[in-house]
Design a protein around this ligand. Sequence first.
Ligand code: NDP
Length: 448
Amino acid sequence: MSYVDEVLEKIKKRDADQPEFIQAVTEVLDSLRPVIDKDEQKYRDLAILERITEPDRQIMFRVPWVDDNGKVQVNRGFRVQFNNAIGPYKGGLRLHPSVNLGIIKFLGFEQIFKNSLTTLPIGGGKGGSDFDPKGKSDNEIMKFCQSFMTELSKYIGADEDVPAGDIGTGAREIGFMFGQYKRIKGLYEGVLTGKGLTYGGSLARTEATGYGLLYLTEEMVKCHGDKMEGKVVAISGSGNVAIYACQKAQQLGAKVVTVSDSTGWIYDPEGIDVELLKEVKEVKRARLTEYASARKSAEYHEKKNGEHGVWQYKVDIALPCATQNELDLEDAKMLVANGVKYVAEGANMPTTLDATKYFLDNKVPFVGGKAANAGGVATSALEMSQNSERLSWSFEEVDSKLKNIMVGIYHNIDDAAKEYGMEGNYVAGANIAGFKKVVEAMIAQGVC
Ligand code: NDP
C-alpha cells in the first residue's frame, strides 16, 4: 500500500467521528501523491504525513457565562494549534452552533497550507465555540467573549498564536476579546487580528477576503485570455466575505446576481445593491427578506432541501462564500450545464469532493479556498506587521500589498500544477505549493 493510502486509512479509523477533517485530509493527501510518490521513502522515514495531520495540540474548554435572565449558560470552546513550522499559529475563531472538534481540525489543517501560500511567516491554527451569536444581546455577546478569552488567554500571544475572526466573529466580538486579554495579561500586543481601527486594526482587513478572492479570480480570468467586465456572477452567503466579494466584483465591471443566508437566497437580475446589502446585514443584522422588500428587482426564495439555490442560474462565475459543503455534485452539474466558466471558493471547503472533481473533469478552472480566500489571513499578517512596527499603513498600501499577494498566489499554484504535470489543476497546485514550504521547514527543524 502506498504511504499516502496507509496514512489516510489510519486517519479514517482513528478520527472516524470527524467527517469534515477526513474530507480535508483526503483532498490534500490525494493531490500530494505526485510529490510523495517521488520520494516516498524519505517522507515515510520522517513520518511527515503523520506529523502534518496531527495537531501540535488541541485545547478544549468550558465557557460559562450569564445570560440576560440571570441564567448560567455553558458552551464548549476550542483552539487547535496545528502547525507552527513557519510562524506563530494563525487562524480564525468560529462561533456557530455546528462547531465541534472535527470542524475546527479541518479548518486548522487547511489553514497550514493557506498560510504558507501567502508567503508570510504564519503557522496554522483555528478555534471557536458552539455558541450561537444569533439573537443574543450585545451584553450577552460580551459576557460570552470575556469568558471565552479568560481561558483562551492562557494559550495565545503575539509571538505564539494570533486568532482572528471567522463565521460569527466580527469586529464586535474581536473587540470584546481583545479588551479581556489586555485586562488579564496587562499586555497591549497584537494578539488578535481584525481589530478596530482605533486600537491596532488594519485598514482593508474588513474587505480583504472578498477583495482578495476577486483579485485572484481576475488574474485567473486574465490568464485565460478573458476579462471580468460584463461577467455574470453567483455569490452565496451575505456575510463578511460575500459582501466584499460582491463589492469588488462590481468594481471590476461584473454583475453579481445572487446572495444567500442560512434561511434563503436573493436573485436580483439587475445586480445586487451592495450598499443596501451592507445596511441589512452589517447595520441591522437582519434577514435577506428585508433586502427583497426594499428592492423591486429582487426575488427572495426560502431555502428548501434539495434545491439548487444560488447555483441554479446561468452565470459565468460562481463564488461560494458561505460555509462548508454548500455546493454539491448536483449543483456543480447544474452550473456546468449552464455554462459556468470559472469557480473560486471564498468560503472554506464549500464545494464537496465529488463536486470539485466534476469541475476538474469538465475543465472548469476551479480555485479552492486555500488559495482563493487567503487574502483574509494575508491581511491579518499585515496587521501583525503593523502592530509590531507600531505603525498604521494607508488603505491603498495594504490593498496593493493584498493584490500583489493574491496575484502571486495564482501564479504560484499555477506553476506548481504545471511542474507536476497537472496543468490547470489549481487544487493540486495549491496543496503542493503550500505543502512543500511547510515540509522544508519541518525537516530543517528536526523531529518535533
Ligand atoms: P459571516 O458570519 O460573516 O457570514 C457567513 C455567511 O454564511 C452568512 O451569510 C450566513 O448566513 C451564511 N451561512 C452560515 N452557515 C450557513 C449554513 N449552514 N447554510 C447556509 N448559509 C450559511 O462569515 P464570513 O463571511 O467571515 O465567512 C464565510 C466563509 O468564509 C467561512 O467558510 C469562513 O471560514 C471563510 N473565510 C472567512 C474569512 C474572513 O476573513 N472572514 C477568511 C477566510 C475564509 P446567516 O447570516 O443566516 O448565518
